[in-house]
Design a protein around this ligand. Structure first.
Ligand SMILES: [Zn+2]
Length: 248
């Protein structure tokens, strides 16, 4: 797992994990402490793959760590309208049948352009996430992470699906609703646990530490901010994202 910062649970010493009494002989399996009478368990902890002596509660914590390491987030690529037509088009274009992922990728690229033209930034964000999912399905984890980080950055900017509005419409809407209609509302910006789960999973798989993720995030976010004129700066967004991804 490389640089994953997992808590080191249990003890490497020959002592009781409950009462710290010195043990004459290090148990190889479940054994009762002569001093406190509790059951000492022996487990391999994920943090360093070492065999440690643990309490019953710590054994459950280790179990939970293993479960988390082995759990893979479900793939969230939705079936797309026009899939068969696009497959046919690409087959003709390339002279061979493309993979399903290639077809989905092509459709997602079109979606991005479409949402961008219509200023449907919430939908744009969803398409970006699905691109990350296609990349993850193809084991391109570094690229998948970039997409997930872009999604987090957009989420912090509060993307809206209002569509393009000209000045007179804007004025009218401002009079009707008493507020400005904007493509991004940073006051609605937030990070979603479901999204963070995917980013965390890939970061863990890649064994990346905070600095490496920061560099990746800032470069991806800077490009987006410039292209879309986003209200939240990349640095400010990173501060919030870091608190979630790497809580200290
Ligand atoms: Zn004891």
């Amino acid at each position: 797992m490389g640089d994953v910062q997992l808590k080191e649970i249990g003890t490497l010493e020959d002592v009781c994990p409950y009462c710290s009494a010195l043990l004459k002989k290090r148990p190889q399996r479940k054994a009762k402490c002569r001093d406190c009478g509790h059951f000492i368990l022996v487990r391999t902890r994920p943090a360093d793959r070492k065999r440690v002596l643990v309490t019953e509660h710590q054994a459950e914590e280790i179990e939970a760590q293993w479960t988390e390491i082995h759990s893979v987030p479900p793939c969230r690529i939705s079936w797309k309208e026009g899939f068969n037509e696009e497959k046919q088009r690409l087959t003709t274009k390339f002279g061979h049948e493309p993979s399903d992922n290639d077809v989905t990728w092509s459709l997602l690229n079109k979606e991005l352009l479409d949402h961008s033209a219509k200023q449907h930034w919430g939908l744009y964000r969803n398409a970006l996430f699905e691109m990350g999912e296609v990349l993850r399905a193809e084991s391109k984890l570094v690229e998948a992470l970039s997409r997930y980080l872009e999604v987090c950055y957009l989420d912090l900017n509060g993307p809206k699906n209002q569509g393009p509005i000209d000045e007179s419409e804007r004025k009218l809407l401002r009079e009707m609703f008493g507020e400005d209609i904007r493509p991004f509302k940073s006051e609605d910006g937030e990070l979603y646990p479901g999204m963070l789960y995917y980013a965390e999973y890939v970061i863990r798989k890649l064994g990346l530490q905070s600095d490496a993720v920061r560099d990746r995030f800032l470069s991806a976010a800077a490009t987006l901010q410039k292209a879309l004129g986003l209200p939240v700066s990349a640095e400010a967004a990173w501060t919030r994202l870091k608190n979630e991804l790497f809580p200290s």
